[in-house]
Unconditional design. Structure first.
Length: 229
């Protein structure tokens, strides 16, 4: 597993149909919720690749044959065959993808060059039609398989830091903290609103007081005037 790698350039040598069947019977042992076997594989060799090339060209609005499928002598189309049951489609696609990963590992282990390829055209109508897909069937791409060139690049020292991809669940307090923050923010908003209301009421009261004083002064002035007369 640590030493596997995708090989984009392969020779014309390829595993036989019999060898392939043998590896598929092992790859098909991936975990499969409800054992629906929601996958199937299609073997493309020789001119089958031209049929795919024509479909890719059509999907891209081009004439002729796209030569991409000719990059390897054997292409294995990976199809998720989504069954209509209560099991979500994503679980079924996960199983189909699991088969493709397992098969590519087994092919790599058996000494073959493999790369999983996709493209914008993977789920195009013309491409689905060329593979004879039925309703509910989805392509997940193709495993391009061939011989390993003698002078293929040495295995790069790719390492994965397991620690980086493994974490613990966030503590339950983290959720409580969020709730507390939201509560505090609500309280602050409400307090600001109350203060604004109080300021408005005080202003109104001051104005009423001033008006009353003005009115009293006016009345007093009027009374004095009446007295004089
Ligand atoms: C679903 C899927 C689709 C992929 N599609 C392509 C592709 O279209 N072209 C390509 O060069 N590689 C494709 N790859 C292979 C990755 O590019 C490859 O795994 C990656 O470059 C890492 O290289 P390594 O497998 O040697 O570690 C695909 C892999 C997966 C799983």
């Amino acid at each position: 597993m640590r030493s596997r790698r995708s090989l984009s350039q392969v020779t014309d040598e390829a595993p036989t149909h019999k060898e392939l069947v043998e590896l598929i019977s092992a790859a098909g042992r991936v975990a499969d919720h409800k054992e629906l076997k929601p996958w199937r594989l299609i073997e493309l060799r020789g001119d089958d690749r031209l049929v795919l090339g024509k479909a890719i060209a059509r999907a891209q609005g081009e004439d002729g044959v796209n030569t991409k499928p000719l990059r390897a002598p054997l292409l294995i189309a990976v199809v998720a065959t989504i069954k209509s049951t209560s099991l979500p489609a994503w679980e079924q696609e996960a199983t189909a993808a699991g088969v493709a990963h397992a098969l590519s590992l087994l092919l790599d282990e058996a000494g073959w060059g493999v790369i999983w390829r996709t493209g914008d055209y993977t789920r195009a109508k013309a491409v689905s039609k060329a593979h004879g897909l039925k309703k509910g069937e989805l392509l997940l791409g193709w495993l391009y398989v061939g011989g390993r060139p003698d002078r293929s690049r040495p295995v790069r020292g790719k390492t994965i830091d397991g620690e980086r991809y493994l974490s613990a669940m966030p503590s339950e307090d983290a959720g409580d903290e969020d709730a507390k923050d939201a509560k505090d923010a609500k309280q602050a908003r409400e307090s600001e609103k109350a203060q604004k209301k109080a300021r408005k009421a005080a202003k109104k009261a001051r104005k009423a007081e001033k008006d009353a004083e003005k009115k009293a002064r006016k009345a007093e002035k009027k009374a004095r005037k009446a007295e004089k007369a």
